[in-house]
Design a protein around this ligand. Structure first.
Ligand code: PMP
Length: 368
């Protein structure tokens, strides 16, 4: 007798599982890890102290409303705490938003080389992913608007985008919002906002404050150096915050994550030091690789997209293998539709010099 087995919802088995940046090398080699856009400066010392203190309370459930953390975030940015929702990484918030607003028959738009999670969470809810081409590896809002149909429910926009490192200006985002139908939820994923040094950039706070259908997500994983604790936050219209608070796990933020996040968001000095490190080394890394003859997409984030030859011996795959032999791990981005590129995170000075030296050897054929 045939026995029927449990079946997942339609869409789930269409998902290619997310492959994180690599972190392991053959035994004995200490890796230089430039594959996951983590900060080379680590977390704020104040966040570490807060975690040490929080360890004394692990038998207790966390405050399910994360009120101290939300108050700290609100104080830092001058926000209304009741419109902030925290998640176990911004991944969880993006996932909760898709879960709450998408179902079979719905469409969600994201860009050609947009963050991979968007496709996963759209498919996981039985909805249809709609891909808008980019222009020069940059979001093209006209292409997004062309793809809006009566079935469109959400638009996901990483600004700056991962893995391209490009951004669009506040004027462009505002104009996109104004032209999207009012029932379409625009999600501004601003995971790298703190790194951006451009006068025409705005992470999303202003649009969330002034429109009823825009959400901004932020993370503690990047400039705050707390990726391992899993913490992010969303700034939402009241109605969206209410939806997320109804549907989220009641204790989705752990005690150490909450303590670290509140301490970190208040430590502007550490954040500024990380931003300054990036401001110094992002142009250096891009410039040195360009001097080697590589094309680097201009980035405003803490990583760069580097383009290699399509064929011959100097491809992205060959470069990746060459770097790996030298214990340098970067990110292959074939899954993002960029098989001829590698994404390299800005690291410590020594890491940055090591990757430039290694790529110089790779391209010059030295040390191969
Ligand atoms: N959005 C973008 C654009 C990202 O690059 C990342 C991290 N890779 C995330 C969201 C998710 O980060 P986290 O879940 O650690 O907050």
């Amino acid at each position: 007798m045939a026995t029927a087995l449990p079946q997942p919802k339609a869409g789930i088995l269409d998902i290619d599982p997310y492959v994180p940046g690599e972190s392991k090398l053959p035994a004995g080699l200490k890796p230089i890890k430039l594959s996951s856009n983590e900060t080379p400066l680590g977390p704020s010392p104040k966040a570490l102290d807060a975690v040490r203190e929080a360890i004394g309370e692990l038998e207790r459930y966390p405050d399910g409303s994360a009120s101290a953390l939300r108050a700290a975030i609100a104080a830092r940015y001058g926000l209304n705490p009741s419109r902030i929702v925290c998640g176990a990484g911004s991944d969880e918030l993006l996932t909760m938003l898709a879960h709450a607003y998408l179902g079979p028959g719905d469409e969600a738009i994201f860009t050609e080389h947009g963050f991979l999670l968007y496709r996963i969470i759209v498919l996981a809810n039985g909805a249809t992913p709609v891909v808008a081409p980019e222009t020069n590896y940059q979001t093209d809002t006209a292409e997004i608007l062309k793809r809006v149909t009566p079935r469109t429910k959400m638009v996901f926009l990483a600004n700056p985008n991962n893995p391209t490192g490009t951004y669009i200006s506040f004027d462009e985002v505002r104009s996109l919002r104004a032209q999207l139908p009012s029932n379409v939820l625009l999600v501004l994923d601003a995971a790298y906002a703190e790194y951006v040094r451009r006068n025409d950039y705005e992470a999303g706070i202003e649009l969330v404050a002034t429109t009823p259908n825009t959400v901004m997500t932020r993370t503690f994983s990047k400039i705050h150096g707390l990726a391992g604790l899993r913490l992010g936050w969303a700034y939402c219209p009241e109605e969206v915050a209410d939806v997320l608070n109804r549907s989220r796990g009641p204790f989705n933020i752990s005690v150490p994550a909450m303590a670290a996040g509140a301490a970190s968001i208040a430590d502007k000095t550490h954040e500024e030091a990380s931003a300054l490190h990036n401001e110094r080394w992002l142009p250096w890394l891009s410039g040195e690789l360009e001097k080697l003859g590589l094309t680097v997409t201009p980035s405003v984030a803490n990583f760069i997209l580097v383009h290699f030859a399509k064929d011959g011996g100097k491809t992205a795959n060959a470069a990746d293998a060459f770097l790996k032999e030298r214990a340098i791990i970067v990110r292959k981005v074939g899954a993002y539709g960029l098989p001829d590129c590698l994404r390299i995170t800005v690291g410590t000075e020594a890491d940055n010099r090591a990757v430039v030296d290694a790529l110089s050897a790779f391209l010059g054929g030295r040390g191969a």
